[in-house]
Design a binder for this molecule. Sequence first.
Ligand SMILES: *[C@@H]1O[C@H](CO)[C@@H](O)[C@H](O)[C@H]1NC(C)=O
Ligand SMILES: *[C@@H]1O[C@H](CO)[C@@H](O)[C@H](O)[C@H]1NC(C)=O
Ligand SMILES: *[C@@H]1O[C@H](CO)[C@@H](O)[C@H](O)[C@H]1NC(C)=O
Ligand SMILES: *[C@@H]1O[C@H](CO)[C@@H](O)[C@H](O)[C@H]1NC(C)=O
Ligand SMILES: *[C@@H]1O[C@H](CO)[C@@H](O)[C@H](O)[C@H]1NC(C)=O
Ligand SMILES: [Zn+2]
Length: 553
Amino acid sequence: MLHRCTLLLALCLFKGGGSVSTSCKTLGCGGRDKTCSCTTSCWSFSSCCDDYGTVCPEQSPTIQLGDVNMLITTDLHSWIEGRTHESLLNASLAHVVSALDHLRKAADVEKRDVFFFDNGDINDGTGLSATAPDHVEFLAPVMQSARYDALNLGNHELYQRNGHGIVEGPACPVVGLKESGYIASWQGRYLTSNVLWSSTEEPVGSRYAVVEGKFGTKLLVFGFLYNMEDHCDAVSVLDVEQTLASDWFIESLEAHRTLCDGVVVLAHMDFRDALVDKIWAAVRQGMGPSKPIQILAGHSHIRGYRRLDSHASVFEAGCKLDTVGFLSYSFEADGLRIDHSNITGNVQQLAGAVNRSVSNLPTAAGVRTADAINTARGRAGSEQLLGCASQRYRLLGPLDNNSLWTLYMNQVLPGALLDSPRSQIAIIGDGTLSYDIFPGPVNVDDVYKASPFANFWLKLESIPGTDVAKLLSQLIHPTKYDLPPYLITGAPVPSSSYDLVFCEYDTEPIVGRLSKILGKHLEPRLYKPLLNTSSVLNKWFEGQPCASQDVLV
Ligand SMILES: *[C@@H]1O[C@H](CO)[C@@H](O)[C@H](O)[C@H]1NC(C)=O
Ligand SMILES: *[C@@H]1O[C@H](CO)[C@@H](O)[C@H](O)[C@H]1NC(C)=O
Ligand SMILES: *[C@@H]1O[C@H](CO)[C@@H](O)[C@H](O)[C@H]1NC(C)=O
Ligand SMILES: *[C@@H]1O[C@H](CO)[C@@H](O)[C@H](O)[C@H]1NC(C)=O
Ligand SMILES: *[C@@H]1O[C@H](CO)[C@@H](O)[C@H](O)[C@H]1NC(C)=O
Ligand SMILES: [Zn+2]
């Protein structure tokens, strides 16, 4: 099982800790040391060289319009508002929609088509997501306003949210997307080639769609998810290999072989995943040697590009709007020319890529998406001020008093969640937190960015200290990185007994192991049902009033 954020942390938390104040000025652009890497990407956003944007000027990439063109977002994780604390990544989804309009205008002149795709994991990242019980209610109308040509789903749309009935509310985000009419609103272009409703065995969206551009380009589009095992009960995720061998898949290729100009596979999986090669091989076999095949990857939150054959490639366009992907291809005498660009999620870069200035970027459609974002922010209460942070608390770097983990384990959980920090021990996994808290006023959005998942809390009562110690020795093994896989609010004394408090996401590793240690079945109970892993931080910051000068910052 891929823990939801380990990839993100693994890249920056190198052993040895060290200063987090290294800068691109001293390291050089593209350089890296133990804690810092001077590149644009969402896994290097915070302690990894805060001055990247100012020290390492980037040029807008030149976009080559081809016969067929596409703009791509993946793993947005609700980071669609433009970042306030990182001015380099200040582009919002509204800016992307505007850029799409300008691209289409330029392509119109040459009668060429431009498509717009999203590759899933729309939720879990900012205040727009888990303030809603199903994590997607506020977000979905914004995605609709962006008028994508086709969309995929990701693993984050499929996590169980109600503990199989322990708490009320929607079972998982995808159920919310169905019940709100979101999936139906895409009229067959919400693609789930290997995900079915478990109750009916019908596809969640459509297995594939033929998407036709204004100038007649026809693309056969699929939407695959990696072989996810820890999905919610509402769905079944079929093996990608099994799906590629199924009759409907083989027949869909056969039926569209001459009808379609190319194949696009939205694939929620790393661009290096062996499944990408299997998908490519199956589509290639069905479509013949010269049909263009574009696989659009995601999930691992990086940029990446690989040519698969003379007429195929795979492209992964970063995450959280740190990147807007552009890809085009053209038929040339000696084969297929494929061009792609990693456009950094910055307003100036995006405007430059479509030959506009920052001030003449916005279009009417972009303004509608900006309005949808503002409406969603209002519903989520994103701007509600909670209190103030006296300093920056960092996600990455050593576990000292500048660490967000130290704050969360030593102050937030003891202060806002536990009744008796002496007889209770809270355990959290290293994927719980995901963004820095910045000094000054802290609002709901800031809190949900730092702790986006809003998992509810569970407890196991009266566990002997010796058994807690055994559990911890199994869970907390040394890693290559500074951050252990689990963190605790306090160490057990063998002769005492403890209530263990943890979040539902970590149920399996904690309850499963402890059941084995104690040799009996354990049934965790709900703990503080009005709180979750995000809202404890709301509650704590409500107790951190602002000095009058803070509010003016
Ligand atoms: C988390 O708790 C807060 C505060 O009670 C609540 O507003 C929010 O909806 C909860 N989130 C989820 C996903 O249950
Ligand atoms: C996009 O980024 C990836 C990862 O850094 C890189 O391999 C690829 O060459 C980049 N593409 C372009 C056109 O620069
Ligand atoms: C975003 O940053 C660029 C410079 O990097 C600046 O030109 C632009 O005005 C900013 N836009 C917004 C909306 O903040
Ligand atoms: C932007 O302008 C350059 C130079 O004139 C041109 O080559 C390029 O195709 C244009 N790009 C778009 C997207 O219009
Ligand atoms: C870290 O913070 C704790 C709690 O506020 C304090 O007791 C401790 O002295 C601090 N340590 C350092 C090294 O500043
Ligand atoms: Zn993701």
